[in-house]
Structures are given as structure tokens and as C-alpha cells.
Ligand binder design. Structure first.
Ligand code: NI
Length: 251
């Protein structure tokens, strides 16, 4: 029923009950999970989880917050991971001008490197873009990458439309249920369902009514419900459509 397009089950917040939780996901209607990498270590854990559970796939990549040890050798290791049969994307990669953990020029450099990696491997990208809308868009456009998802979309409607034109999907998560999510509600309303993926970004960003608690994929139901409300369809239709979108992009 649900395609969870973005979660971090490698996170230490799942240390205590990871196995119990992951085992029960199919009974809760979660058909597929993409575990998103944020550095080399989490990408390796994603690979291990994908080998343990049929329904878990993974993305390998280095997040703009995690550029501490990045070098050419790390890129080569990401490439090797990406050749694994259950690695479905390079990610999450991108730019974060909110935290600016690393200088922007450094972020851009490694973002481009990883985009080119995805291009040479012909696999999609999972993009993290925060307060860096225009630069992020320009760099993707220049790279020639045309397959991927803008995870946890937070930009304008106009930018979302540009991404859709380029072939990208828009990732929508728990923020949609927050009272101040006006801009995202507008995006969800106007962007056609065939261009939308659902995600939790677990363990972060739990939707209402579980806001503030640790997130997991079982909360997708609240995101789907809200999305159905906005778009005027049934939750089942939204779940099925986004499931097909996920399969089409990643498999
Ligand atoms: Ni994430």
C-alpha cells in the first residue's frame, strides 16, 4: 500500500528496537522502504538492512552536513555501493544554506561530483535542498541529471513546477500536517499526484498527531490522509498512486 521513499533506519535512535520495528512494517501496509544514506557509514548500514529485509532498498551518498571526511576515495566507495543490486539512488545529496555546516563552494563541489556519479551509473538522485533553491536547481540542471526526487520539498510552487518539467518528483512528508505549512499545502494542491512521493524522513519530522516524537514509516498514514484531504481523493488512491510513482522511479 505505502511506498516510504525516505527514512534513516540506520540512525542510532533505532538502536534499541530496530529489528522489531522493521519486521512489523509490512503488516502495517508499508510495501517498500528506501533507506537514505547521509554519509559512508549510514550508506553501508543501509546496504546491510537491504540484505536483511526484502522490502528495504537503499541510497548511498553524502549529505551536505556530513562532508567531514569526504574525498575521492569516499566517492569511489559510494560508487561501489551503488553497484549493489538493492542500491536504487545516490542520496541524499544537495545543498543546505540554513545550517551552512560547510562553506557553500565545498558543498557545491561535492554535490556536483555525486550528481555526475548518478549520471554515469544511470540511477536517480535523492536531493536535500534547504534555503538553497536556485543554486540547487541550477546545479542539477547543469549536471544533466533528469531522474530523482526533491526530498522533503520546502521550496516555492514555481520551483516545484520547474523540477517536474525536468522529470523530478516532489517528496512530501510530515511537514504537510503542520499548521504553518501553507506553502507546502499549495505545492501539494497544484502538483499533480503523478509527480509526488510520500516520505517520513524518520526518525525526524513526525507528522501531527505524533509531532515531536520519534518518527517511523507507520506515520505515513497521516501524511497520506492529509494529502488526500488537500487533493480531494481517497487515502487509498493517494497511497496507490505514490506507490506506483516510487516503483517507476526507483525500480
Ligand atoms: Ni533525510
Amino acid at each position: 500500500m505505502y511506498f516510504e521513499s525516505h527514512a534513516h533506519y540506520d540512525d542510532e535512535q533505532f538502536q534499541q528496537d530496530r529489528q522489531t520495528l522493521l519486521q512489523c512494517l509490512p503488516q502495517c501496509g508499508i510495501d517498500f522502504v528506501i533507506n537514505s544514506g547521509s554519509d559512508l557509514k549510514s550508506s553501508y548500514i543501509g546496504k546491510e538492512l537491504s540484505e536483511q529485509y526484502d522490502y528495504i532498498y537503499f541510497a548511498a551518498g553524502v549529505h551536505p552536513h556530513e562532508l567531514y571526511d569526504i574525498n575521492e576515495n569516499v566517492i569511489q566507495q559510494i560508487r561501489q555501493l551503488a553497484e549493489h543490486k538493492k542500491c536504487v539512488a545516490i542520496g541524499e545529496i544537495g545543498l543546505d544554506y540554513h545550517y551552512d555546516t560547510f562553506p557553500r563552494e565545498i558543498q557545491k563541489y561535492w554535490f556536483e561530483k555525486q550528481l555526475l556519479l548518478s549520471k554515469s551509473l544511470h540511477i536517480p538522485v535523492i536531493i536535500h535542498s534547504r534555503e538553497a533553491s536556485q543554486d540547487c536547481f541550477d546545479i542539477i540542471k547543469k549536471s544533466g541529471v533528469e531522474k530523482g526526487v526533491i526530498h522533503c520539498y520546502s521550496g516555492s510552487l514555481e520551483m516545484a513546477e520547474e523540477y517536474v518539467k525536468m522529470g523530478f518528483l516532489i517528496g512530501i512528508g510530515g511537514v504537510l500536517t503542520f499548521p504553518n505549512a501553507k506553502k507546502l499545502v499549495e505545492v501539494a494542491k497544484k502538483i499533480s499526484l503523478e509527480h509526488i512521493l510520500i516520505e517520513t524522513d524518520s526518525p525526524y519530522l513526525s507528522p501531527v498527531p505524533n509531532r515531536g516524537k520519534r518518527n517511523d514509516s507507520r506515520n505515513l498514514e497521516f501524511i497520506v490522509k492529509k494529502l488526500a484531504e488537500i487533493k480531494g481523493g481517497s487515502p487509498t488512491d493517494v497511497a496507490n498512486a505514490t506507490l506506483e510513482n516510487g516503483k517507476k522511479l526507483f525500480f
